[in-house]
Design a protein around this ligand. Structure first.
Ligand code: NAI
Length: 411
């Protein structure tokens, strides 16, 4: 196993907010045994102190790693967000302190896809209305307006990680699948790309949205798009709350133009349990409302634990920053037989010259060099043929270069 300039057993890993035990197991297996684990987030002052003593920190959405917290965390090497969002971390401050931040954007793909299929079945059978009626003591025993999914057309808007999985599952249910994406996408199974968004809307029995939140997707489904949908069609949104305009959707559902909807994400969502959920969709029997839980399953948490801990361990063991959300991305091979020097620096003229001059003047052989920059930060990785003493000397000299943010040695 590669040695790290700072021994693994002394690298302190702080895990907050009850991240999955799969993460703890992964760290232990990789030799990182100095783990502090908390079930909940920590109060502000305690958080700042704990982070300042850690080398790697794992958070979910409730631990705010602000500029103050990060600026005081001199030892901090990397941050893992055991979730999708990274708004809780000041990403720019982390970057200029030489701290890459990782997350798990795709670990809950399957969870969302399964929910969409389940909701499709419920909507075409008109289960939401029948369920509400039973709760009120009514008995809507009728097959009118109830259908099978088999043979119906599903229109998928956004054919990425989730959209493609939804398409595969929908085909297994016997549906015809159409998709619309702004990027050219290879069809899975027998799915077909639609010529335009309008075409997809006008022929689909169910339309499901799986696009990211961007300027282009903001309110992409409003009154005009809803009018283009087939009479009696259904809409599912488990993507982002800014994609669908809620008032026109409520109108389309009340007027009977749409026969049902399932909505998991909203333009305004309560921040916690104490805040009430308010929406024009509340009280409509033909709507399934869920509190942004499309990706919230035990399996997703388990996978997130594995994915984020793997990224942190890989960065610590090997230096790779692939898929970091704030840092120059470098994908590094293993380096048997050579020592690896990692140099994170301010991205400005002159720093790399000093790094290269240092190696030009030394008598060690450089086996490989990798450089990436992003914004204010540069990251150069140099594999050298050197004894441990030579490598340590080089690390000290690299640390002394003006503009250096962080230096590490793996050998
Ligand atoms: P992804 O990045 O893999 O796929 C998104 C796709 O949308 C890409 O193929 C992209 O080219 C396409 N796209 C972007 N702009 C478009 C536009 N204007 N029109 C048509 N297509 C467009 O993302 P992934 O993982 O499939 O996630 C999709 C959405 O689901 C994201 O917004 C994500 O935040 C959300 N999500 C929601 C969850 C929940 O709990 N409800 C859980 C997980 C993800």
């Amino acid at each position: 196993m590669t040695k790290t300039s700072f021994p693994r057993k002394d690298i302190k890993v702080l895990l907050l907010e009850g991240v999955s035990q799969t993460a703890v197991e992964s760290f232990r297996k990789a030799g990182y045994t100095n783990i502090e684990y908390h079930e909940k987030s920590l109060p502000e002052a305690e958080l700042a102190k704990a982070v300042s003593e850690a080398h790697m920190v794992g958070v979910r959405s409730r631990s705010y790693l602000t500029a103050d917290v990060l600026n005081n965390a001199r030892r901090l090497m990397a941050v893992g967000c055991f979730c999708i969002g990274t708004n809780q971390v000041d990403l720019d401050t982390a970057a200029i302190n030489g701290i890459p931040v990782f997350n798990a954007p795709y670990s809950n793909t399957r969870s969302v896809a399964e929910l969409v299929i389940a909701e499709s079945v419920l909507l075409v059978r008109r289960i939401p209305e029948k369920n509400m009626a039973c709760h009120r003591g009514d008995w809507l025993k009728s097959s009118e307006g109830s259908y099978e999914l088999r043979g119906k057309t599903l229109g998928i808007i956004g054919y990425g990680h989730i959209g493609t999985q939804v398409g595969v599952l929908a085909e297994a249910m016997g549906m015809h699948v159409l998709y619309y994406d702004i990027e050219p996408k290879l069809a899975m199974g027998n799915a077909h790309p639609a010529d335009s968004l309008g075409d997809l809307l006008s022929v689909s029995d169910i339309v499901t949205l799986h696009v990211p939140q961007t300027e282009q997707t903001k309110w992409m489904i409003g009154a005009a798009e809803l009018r283009r949908m087939k009479r009696g069609a259904m809409l599912i949104n488990a993507s982002r709350g800014t994609v669908v305009e809620i008032d026109p959707l409520a109108e389309a559902l009340k007027s009977g133009h749409l026969s049902g909807a399932a909505v998991d994400v909203f333009p305004k969502e309560p921040k916690g349990k104490d805040e009430a959920f308010v929406s024009a969709l509340v009280g409509l029997d033909n709507v399934i409302l869920t509190p942004h839980i499309g990706g919230s399953t035990q399996e997703a948490q388990h996978n997130i634990g594995l994915e984020v801990s793997a990224k942190l361990i890989r960065y610590s063991d090997n230096g790779s920053t692939l898929s970091s959300v704030n840092f120059p991305e470098v994908m590094l091979p293993e380096h048997p037989g050579s020592s690896r020097l990692l140099h994170i620096h301010q991205n400005r003229p002159g720093v790399l010259k000093q790094v290269n001059d240092l190696f030009a003047q030394s008598d060690v052989n450089v086996n490989a060099q990798y450089l990436r920059t992003r914004g204010k930060v540069g990251y150069v990785v140099i594999d050298v043929q050197a004894s441990e003493t030579q490598a340590r000397e080089l690390k000290d000299k690299l640390s002394a270069i003006d503009g250096t943010l962080k230096t590490r040695l793996l050998y």
